[in-house]
Design a protein around this ligand. Sequence first.
Ligand SMILES: *Cc1c(COP(=O)(O)O)cnc(C)c1O
Length: 229
Amino acid sequence: MIADRLEHICSRIRTSTASCGRDPGSVRLVAVTKTHPADAVREAYAAGQTLFGENYVQEAREKIAALSDLPLHWHFIGHLQSNKAKYAVDLFDLIHTVDSLKLARELDKQAAKRGKVQQILVQVNVGYEQTKSGVFAEDCLDLVQSIALLSHLQILGLMTLPPFFDQPERVRPYFRRLRELADGIRAENLPGVRMEELSMGMTGDFTAAIEEGATLVRVGTAIFGERKR
Ligand SMILES: *Cc1c(COP(=O)(O)O)cnc(C)c1O
């Protein structure tokens, strides 16, 4: 079941990259496992998936510990509170959701303690939604410049969670805005700042996101089914 769904998503990723002339290897699938048990992750791993995303630190700590026998990669995609930064640095290869200097400083401090350079993305609130996290587009360059000075963090790109629409075509302008923002920051050639990754697109709209340049798509429901909470 999970294997079939995963293959279906991978095939849609290949079709989308082909339709816009992109290399299929330029898009990575983050399989989002929040609320789903460790056994579901094992099933996905057996089908070839090694990259997973979690939203809640406590849930992730338990799940990752239960799966420590597998060679998995974990990304953090939820809202991160500064007091959980230490756990996030221990658990995750990439943190997609850095949206304040306060959080960045705490992550930098925790990474320094561990002798790690933590890779991060800066989360942008492209839709100016009050309920969502993320820095506003016009404040993004300033935040990136400040974070670039922190020696134990490395910025790889940008992430967004755009406004929800039933039709993916209505989300597309927000994906485009994130790509244009990344292009603008890349043109600044800031030392230590890479703008290679664009984390955007979920179950309902990941093909549009790929057409607009996504390099990381975060898909949960289409692989693991509806979440119960
Ligand atoms: C839950 C979640 C996803 C996955 O959403 P689906 O619609 O289930 O694919 C992607 N990104 C973030 C930030 C999420 O919280």
